[in-house]
Ligand binder design. Structure first.
Ligand code: FES
Length: 182
């Protein structure tokens, strides 16, 4: 085993003994330095992961608390069953289904986003771009449209139909839970 060299330094009246580092102790120092660096990286990474996690949580809450854009379509009784009324300003069709339920359907075709038209004689929506056809509830009757028309949530308050045009909902097919009743 190597003997550690000792250097004696005179410091005024006191005598200080400083050990000269051996190759082993240098290696040990380097290892402990690298350990500290990795530990630092670990702490930074975990802080970032935590920040991203909480950011995600709170961004979800912000979305929920976004003020709604409510469009008042009118009195329930002004819409007859099995009819569709266009609200181009609100970017939706208000469909009153045969059973009296209401749906607010997007004007945009789910194929490539062209504006669809309502054909009252045939009780169907038709896309002028590639001839997709949709039923009054938004279901696809003729492709290439891949999914039913998007829709907006409705609330009926004091006999007034109110559409939340700030929340567009996607779906594959129509189902009754998407309909609002007076
Ligand atoms: S955009 Fe409507 S069918 Fe293509």
């Amino acid at each position: 085993m190597k003997k550690k060299k000792q250097i004696k330094k005179k410091n005024f009246n006191k005598e200080k003994v400083v050990e000269e580092p051996t190759p082993e102790s240098r290696l040990e120092n380097r290892r402990s330095f690298l350990k500290k660096v990795w530990k630092g990286f670990g702490i930074i990474a975990s802080v970032e992961v935590t920040a991203v996690f909480f950011g995600f949580l709170f961004s979800g809450k912000k979305e929920e608390s976004k003020p709604k854009q409510i469009f008042e379509a009118g009195n329930v009784n002004s819409f007859q069953p099995n009819t569709v009324t266009a609200f181009r300003g609100g970017r939706f069709f208000l469909a009153r289904l045969e059973d009296g339920g209401f749906m607010a359907l997007s004007l945009r075709c789910t194929h490539l986003g062209c504006s669809i038209n309502w054909e009252d004689g045939k009780k169907r929506f038709v896309c002028p771009c590639h001839s997709s056809v949709f039923a009054i509830n938004g279901n696809v009757e003729n492709p290439p449209a891949p999914t039913a028309l998007d829709y907006f949530p409705i609330k009926i308050e004091n006999g007034i139909v109110k559409v939340d045009i700030g929340t567009k909902l996607k779906r594959n097919r129509f189902n009754k839970s998407q309909v609002e009743y007076a």
